[in-house]
Ligand binder design. Structure first.
Ligand SMILES: [Zn+2]
Length: 138
């Protein structure tokens, strides 16, 4: 799985031109998994990947940002990216947490079949090429 993830994230970076798909930054890029939640079948389906910079990624995982002490910075980034007031950002976060709480207690199946559509196994990155191209991205 680690080599598969390396292959995926480098493909995501290439496809985005090594830029964050939200703010356009090319600093500290990450690959972010995008899931769709099918409530009828209780399936969490992987539907794609996005290249995000560190701050857009951590802001996307707002609860995690808060747990590691970066809630204020994530809130600030959310306001900056969306040109929102503090109240607008606060309301957005409140609505997202409310939506999360409504489904978090359910037992979800995970459908990762998208990976097989996204990655040609023949394109798997060899570990040596990663060592020479990995410059601090995650
Ligand atoms: Zn960004």
């Amino acid at each position: 799985m680690p080599m598969l993830w390396e292959t995926i994230r480098h493909k995501v970076y290439r496809e985005s031109g090594y830029k964050c798909e939200i703010c356009g930054s090319s600093e500290k890029i990450h690959a972010h998994e995008v899931f769709k939640f099918h409530r009828d079948s209780l399936t969490q389906e992987l539907i794609g990947f996005k290249c995000l910079c560190y701050w857009c990624h951590i802001t996307t995982h707002f609860g995690f940002a808060q747990r590691i002490g970066l809630g204020r910075e994530a809130h600030k980034h959310l306001r900056k990216i969306n040109k929102w007031s503090g109240a607008q950002a606060h309301n957005y976060v409140h609505q997202k947490f409310k939506a999360y709480r409504a489904i978090a207690h359910l037992e979800w199946k995970v459908d990762l079949s998208y990976v097989d559509k996204y990655i040609d196994r023949g394109d798997m990155i060899d570990p040596i090429s990663i060592l020479s191209t990995n410059r601090g991205e995650r």
